[in-house]
Design a protein around this ligand. Structure first.
Ligand SMILES: Cc1ncc(C[n+]2csc(CCOP(=O)(O)OP(=O)(O)O)c2C)c(N)n1
Ligand code: SF4
Ligand SMILES: [Mg+2]
Length: 299
C-alpha cells in the first residue's frame, strides 16, 4: 500500500450523516486484514451510543491501521507517524465537547509514539485510543514492531527478534490509564462492547486489539488467537481490582485473556485544568482580556 501524506481529511460526505456510518472511501486494506473488524466495531459502537457525526473526530498516525479515519463519515485527521495522541489531545482541549477517538498501529503507538501515550494516560485525558495491534509493521511491508514476539523472523530481524516484546496492557496499567481493555478483531460483537464502554468512560480509555496482518505476520494469525483467547467477563474477573488486572495482563501462552482488565473513576484532565473547567475553549471568548496586568507581571 502507498504511504499517505499527512493531510486533513475533507470528505464531501463527512458529517452529512446524522450518526457516523461508512464514508464514500472504501478501505484499501488487504482482503482479510484484521482492521476491517476494528472499523466495523467503531462504527457500531458510535451507532449504539447515537453520537452525532458532527461531534466525532477520529485521529490517526501513519500505518495501514492509521488509514481508518478515511473510512467513516465523522470528522477525521490523518496525522504523522506516532503523533495521533498529541493531535487528539489538542483537539480535545480545543473543544472538549467533542468525542475524540485516536486510532493506529502497534508501531505507531508503542514505538515512535510511546512517550505521548504514557503521558496522555497519566493525565487521564478523556480520549478513546484503539490500537490495531498486528505485532508487525504492515505498511512498510513486514518489519518487527515493539510487540513482535521473541524469535519472530521478519524483514528487519532475519535471524529472529532478540528484544523482549512490550506488553501494551501492562504499560497502560502502569501509566495510570483508567479504562484498560483488549479485544480481538475476530470477535466484533465483543470488541464493539469494549469500544462502546471506552467511549462512555470518563477518562482515558485504552483498547488494544489483536488485529492480524494476514500478509506479513504468519505467526499471530486469526487461528492463533481463536485457539487461545478467552473472555475475562466469563472468568469471574473483577475489573475494579487492579492487582488481579495485573495478574491477567501477565498471562500469555496457551490462554490469552481479552476483555476489560481494569476500570476506575478519577477526575479527568479537563475536570482539573482551570481554563478548561470553564467549558470548551472553542466556546470561550477569544483574545486576552487582561493584557496590561499580564504585561506588568512579565516585564
Ligand atoms: C518519522 C517516520 N518514521 C518512519 C516512517 C515509516 N513508517 C510508516 S508506517 C510505519 C510502521 C507502521 O506500523 P504500525 O504502526 O504497526 O501500523 P500497521 O501498518 O502495522 O497497521 C513506519 C515505520 C514514517 N512514516 N515516519
Ligand atoms: S499489509 Fe497487513 S496490516 Fe496492512 S492492510 Fe495488508 S493485512 Fe492489513
Ligand atoms: Mg502494526
Amino acid at each position: 500500500m502507498a504511504e499517505s501524506a499527512a493531510a486533513p481529511i475533507i470528505s464531501p460526505a463527512a458529517t452529512q450523516l446524522p450518526i457516523v456510518g461508512k464514508s464514500p472511501i472504501k478501505p484499501t486494506w488487504c482482503p482479510g486484514c484484521g482492521d476491517f473488524g476494528v472499523v466495523a466495531s467503531i462504527e457500531m459502537a458510535l451507532k449504539r451510543l447515537k453520537i452525532p457525526s458532527k461531534d466525532v473526530v477520529i485521529v490517526s498516525g501513519i500505518g495501514c491501521s492509521s488509514n481508518l479515519p478515511h473510512f467513516l463519515s465523522s470528522y477525521g485527521f490523518h496525522g504523522i507517524h506516532g503523533r495521533a495522541i498529541p493531535l487528539a489531545e489538542g483537539i480535545r482541549w480545543g473543544n472538549h465537547g467533542l468525542t475524540v477517538i485516536a486510532t493506529g498501529g502497534d508501531g505507531d503507538g508503542f514505538g515512535i509514539g510511546v512517550g505521548h501515550l504514557i503521558h496522555a494516560m497519566r493525565r487521564n485525558v478523556k480520549l478513546t485510543y484503539v490500537t490495531m495491534d498486528n505485532q508487525i509493521y504492515g505498511l512498510t511491508t513486514g518489519q518487527a514492531s515493539p510487540t513482535t514476539t521473541l524469535g519472530h523472523k521478519t524483514k528487519s530481524t532475519p535471524t529472529g527478534v532478540i528484544e523482549n516484546p512490550l506488553d501494551p496492557v501492562a504499560l497502560a496499567l502502569a501509566s495510570g490509564a483508567t479504562y484498560v481493555a483488549r479485544g480481538f478483531s475476530g470477535d466484533v460483537k465483543h470488541l464493539t462492547d469494549l469500544i462502546a464502554g471506552g467511549l462512555q468512560h470518563k477518562g482515558f480509555a485504552f483498547v488494544d486489539v489483536f488485529s492480524p496482518c494476514v500478509t506479513y505476520n504468519k505467526i499471530n494469525t486469526f487461528d492463533f488467537f481463536r485457539q487461545r483467547v478467552y473472555k475475562l467477563e466469563s472468568s469471574g474477573h473483577d475489573p475494579a481490582n487492579k492487582v488481579t488486572a495485573w495478574e491477567r495482563a501477565l498471562e500469555w501462552g496457551d490462554k490469552i485473556p481479552i476483555g476489560l482488565f481494569y476500570r476506575t473513576e478519577q477526575p479527568t484532565y479537563e475536570d482539573l485544568e482551570e481554563v478548561l473547567r470553564a467549558g470548551p475553549l472553542a466556546h470561550q471568548p477569544a483574545g486576552i482580556s487582561n493584557l496590561p496586568k499580564l504585561l506588568d507581571e512579565f516585564v
